[in-house]
Design a protein around this ligand. Structure first.
Ligand SMILES: [Cu+2]
Length: 395
């Protein structure tokens, strides 16, 4: 094929376009992270090599299929030239369907056995068992339906493949079949949804709003801020208008409950106590996700949400059970909230009551010296209009 023909070939141009699109997507996905190293020239070259490798692999697979097809076609023609009956393509396609079925089902089995061990360990919270039970019920039902329908689909394709001995029967409609395959899934889905509704209600029910320990978790790009209520057990109110670089949660110090509030870097929880997590966001939607406790709730700016749960297994216990001395429970952000999203992680540690008391006694008050100074300074030194407004809000 001459060069002129090549650049005028629709197929060649489509191939180049697909390659460019795929490559650009991969590069953009990898190269725009907050880490500037990810976008340097060496790793870009590596990525192009990676993209090229997979594109070549796909092209190679296509060439192999095309060559095998051509060989079979030549064989078929040579049979016909010898006056013999040609190849039976109906049989070949029927067998390909059965091979596809077996290979795909093996693939499903493989993904369950190989990737199945990436599943979360046993639930470490009181309600987690209910969520797991629902997860497994749904998995078993959908897998049962998946296997039955795939086996019937490809089995029928093989059994009723084209044949000179049979004639297709035109069967346009059957109301009974329509009803059966509408009503059965509707009943099964209704049961699953109602079941889910009651489980969700039992987890988020508002009859008893107060937990044993109230903790505030506030998400912002790109970190979580943790606030404990202090000795009085009550968190002071927050108001985003009171935000200052030192008072980043906008805690209202007019509210006496805020005086002993504490700031923490790690979330430490006493085992077997009900924890109420009050969830806030300051910029975009984040999501508080603690998979080991089967807890997830969106953090929405301007709309405080909460979640109650009771941790039942201490970190030390879980380390023993998993035989992993480095295991830690984690809090993640589960909404893709921007370039540094991956960095929104915190260690969650579940400890005995005694260890918790020890730890909480060592945490610093939220009302830091800087904030005290700030409030005081604003009062004494900057008697301008803006500062007066701030004093009015802060006091
Ligand atoms: Cu986030």
């Amino acid at each position: 094929m001459g060069f002129k023909k090549l650049i005028n070939s629709n197929k060649a141009l489509s191939l180049v376009a697909a390659f460019m699109l795929l490559g650009t997507n991969v590069l953009m996905a990898q190269g725009t992270g907050a880490d500037p190293k990810a976008a340097d020239s060496t790793s870009k070259a590596d990525m192009w090599l990676g993209v090229g490798y997979y594109v070549l692999l796909v092209l190679l697979a296509c060439v192999i299929v095309a060559v095998v097809g051509k060989i079979l076609k030549v064989y078929d023609l040579s049979l016909q030239m010898q006056g013999k009956k040609g190849m039976n393509w109906n049989n070949i396609i029927g067998v390909i369907c059965i091979i596809f079925l077996v290979v795909s089902l093996y693939g499903v089995y493989w993904s369950f056995t190989v990737q199945g061990n990436m599943i979360l360990p046993e639930s470490a919270s009181a309600h987690g068992g209910k969520i797991d039970f629902m997860f497994w019920t749904t998995t078993v039902i959908t897998m049962f339906v998946f296997f039955i329908t795939q086996i019937i689909l490809f089995g029928f394709l093989f059994k009723y493949r084209g044949s000179d001995k049979r004639k297709g029967y035109f069967y346009p409609h059957n109301n009974t079949i329509e009803k059966v395959w509408t009503i059965i899934p509707a009943i099964v889905l209704t049961i699953l949804v109602v079941f889910g509704f009651f489980t969700w209600r039992s987890v988020t029910n508002t009859d008893n709003l107060k937990g044993d320990i109230n903790i505030d978790i506030t998400g912002h790009q790109f970190a979580w801020e943790i606030r404990y209520p202090g000795k009085d057990g009550k968190l002071g109110q927050v108001n985003y208008q009171l935000y200052t670089p030192n008072n980043i949660l906008g805690v209202n110090f007019k509210d006496r409950n805020s005086f002993d509030d504490q700031k923490a870097d790690t979330i430490v929880l006493p085992v077997n106590r009900e924890i109420r997590i009050n969830i806030h966001a300051q910029d975009v939607i984040h999501s508080v996700y603690m998979p080991h406790f089967r807890v997830q709730m969106n953090a929405v700016p301007g709309l405080p949400t909460f979640f109650k749960f009771t941790p039942t297994i201490t970190t030390a216990d879980m380390r023993n059970r998993l035989d992993d001395p480095k295991f830690e429970y984690s809090l993640y952000c589960n909404k893709i909230c921007g370039g540094g999203h991956y960095n929104m992680q915190k260690v969650v540690r579940v400890v005995s009551e005694g260890e918790y008391e020890n730890w909480i006694a060592r945490q610093k008050p939220y009302l830091s010296d800087q904030i005290k100074k700030e409030l005081h300074l604003a009062d004494a030194v900057q008697p301008n209009k803006a500062a007066e407004n701030r004093i009015a809000l802060n006091n």
